[in-house]
Design a protein around this ligand. Structure first.
Ligand SMILES: Cc1cc2nc3c(=O)[nH]c(=O)nc-3n(C[C@H](O)[C@H](O)[C@H](O)COP(=O)(O)OP(=O)(O)OC[C@H]3O[C@@H](n4cnc5c(N)ncnc54)[C@H](O)[C@@H]3O)c2cc1C
Length: 288
């Protein structure tokens, strides 16, 4: 690993000016992606700016929607009793990431900014219609998470910009949801296909009011299956409509073949997981 200078600012303003001042500087949140990249010599930062000394972006609160500081750890989300009650599907996605040691260090901001197509929390936040706050020395902007990813390990972030917050709209609590990470191993591996399904339905009649389907590991970035969502929203949920939506969702993907699975297998898997995701939510809410 190449030598680097280490900077640990205690506030956001200092972190942003360091980022602006030093070329080839990388932000360090939990380091669980960054250090792997450095060890493998994919990344050779000259400066590391450690964000962990900044206390005001480490937690989350409800304020006309949920505001999650970028440094919130995956473990904080997994074990939060409040989130378990309000949005258990988010905790479920958190619990599927890595191991407990990784979850204790890994942050939600790091998961988004690393921009893996298979990122677990990113896929769930995408289904939740989240927005993100980006701050630089002279600007602050809020953009939809669906506009953030531009390709594998690539985002709209420019040099000098820091992701500080993930904002989840307040209506996220009205949904029932599920996160399925499909892969041969139970932990410590990324999924062959990941799916987050959020459903707002009349469970007695089977009417789907709104549905959101996000998919990971089947395109250069996590994606929403918008056409499948459009087919089901406002319509009855039955075997035919669910199967059609699953076909549509699969047609919206653009997976690669790699050592984990072929593109064709991933496309088939999307169909199965869309059906499984919706049926899982229906089965657990029909009589509740
Ligand atoms: C053994 C192991 C298992 C893993 N398993 C999984 C898994 O199952 N699922 C999964 O999704 N991921 C997994 N990961 C990947 C990783 O743990 C997650 O992506 C994690 O959330 C990254 O967060 P971090 O805080 O460690 O990011 P870091 O490594 O600190 O940062 C990642 C990248 O984002 C940038 N960055 C970080 N924070 C910000 C910010 N606020 N603003 C701008 N840029 C920022 C950094 O400069 C860096 O380029 C695994 C990693 C390891 C080592």
């Amino acid at each position: 690993m190449k030598n680097f200078d280490y900077i640990k600012p205690s506030n956001l303003a200092d972190a942003i000016s360091a980022l602006k001042e030093y070329e080839n500087a990388f932000l360090f949140a939990g380091g669980t992606d960054l250090l792997v990249g450095m060890k493998n010599n994919f990344l050779k930062p000259q400066y590391i700016i450690d964000l962990k000394g900044i206390s005001n972006i480490k937690s989350f609160e409800y304020q006309e929607g949920w505001h999650f500081g970028a440094l919130t750890t995956i473990r904080d989300i997994e074990v939060s009793e409040t989130l378990q009650q309000k949005m258990p599907f988010l905790c479920q996605a958190a619990s599927s990431l890595g191991s407990i040691q990784i979850r204790n260090r890994a942050t939600i901001g790091g998961n988004l900014c690393n921009a893996s197509p298979a990122a677990d929390i990113a896929t769930m936040f995408l289904a939740m219609d989240s927005q993100i706050k980006i701050i630089s020395i002279d600007n602050e902007k809020v953009v939809g998470l669906d506009k953030f990813f531009t390709g594998p390990n690539s985002t709209i972030l420019n040099r000098g910009e820091v992701l500080t917050e993930i904002i989840v709209p307040k209506d996220a609590e009205q949904f029932k949801g599920v996160y399925i990470k499909f892969g041969p191993r139970k932990g410590m591996d990324i999924g062959i296909v990941n799916i987050a399904v959020l459903l707002d339905a009349d469970f007695e009649s089977g009417l789907c009011k709104r549905i959101r389907i996000a998919l990971g590991a089947v395109a250069p970035t996590p994606i929403r299956a918008r056409q499948a969502e459009g087919l089901l929203s406002g319509n009855a949920l039955g075997p035919d409509s669910i199967n059609k939506a699953a076909e549509l969702a699969s047609s919206e993907t653009d997976p690669i073949s790699d050592f984990r699975a072929s593109a064709g297998y991933r496309k088939e898997l999307v169909k199965t997981l869309v059906v499984r995701g919706i049926n899982t939510i229906l089965a657990s809410n029909r009589n509740s």
